[in-house]
Design a binder for this molecule. Sequence first.
Ligand code: SAM
Length: 293
Amino acid sequence: MSDITAQVPAFLRELLEKEYGKTAETICRGFVRRPVTLRANTLKASAAEVSAALGGAGIPFARVPWYGDAFVLCGEERAFPSDGLFGEGKVYLQSLSSMLPPLYLAPAAGENILDMTAAPGGKTTQLLALSGGKALITACEKDAIRFERMKFNLARQGAARVNAMQTDALKLDEFLRFDKILLDAPCSGSGTLLPDAPVKISPKLIENCARMQKRLLQKGLKLLKKGGILLYSTCSVLKEENEEAVEYALSLGAKLVPVSPFGGIPLLPGRAGTVTVCPDEKFEGFFLAMLQK
Ligand code: SAM
């Protein structure tokens, strides 16, 4: 697999070197095309059913030790048919890194959960599935087109009971209270660069994202019940969007609940108790931290 070391913009390379030293090289080498990964949508099909269907269709796959519903396809992307399992919503195409936040948030039956910035809804349906279909989930998305995409995905995944709201999360009613919140924040995507894909990241984008992330964090903490948990995640590896956002939440009175990384996931050094995934041939760069009000 070819990486994009030479395509990484100079400013980003310098920033990664400033933040990670020599490990910046490893990060840049991890910007590669990855195998298709998917999640059995247990609202509609068990992992055993998905495994049997993939086997029956002659699609080779591997599993991961930390999540029984995750599948890594070993063949070419185009070998995966878009009808059948996928068309029926029995599986959801999702990167391995992006399966992590719902697992850490561990939604349970009856919990009142807000997915603050939710489209296209991959983590929303995973949250519902992990609760056995029994959490009360509100999914909020600002962008009209992405909201429609999310509604479509929710319906196809058998998650139409999710309360989907097309609104700016910053405008949610101040008096709402949730047991748990997922803030999978809009970010620069610095952990997800790919060869031959347009690189949209710029210093201005990083600055704007960092500002919005803090505003969303402040709002999320307001909307949380006392003792409630907010899971903050980004697909960025930059401290400006990760550690600095966490520091900001702590300055507002939140507590950091340390999380331990699952085995076999490539890690970058970071603030103790948080997880920063290093991009490699299986994982996108990713960050997560758990905060308690
Ligand atoms: N969690 C989603 C998933 O797994 O499918 C991905 C979320 S994506 C990283 C961030 C989303 O936040 C984008 O769809 C963006 O339009 C939305 N967004 C950005 N600012 C927002 C705001 N103030 N209120 C609600 N949604 C917002």
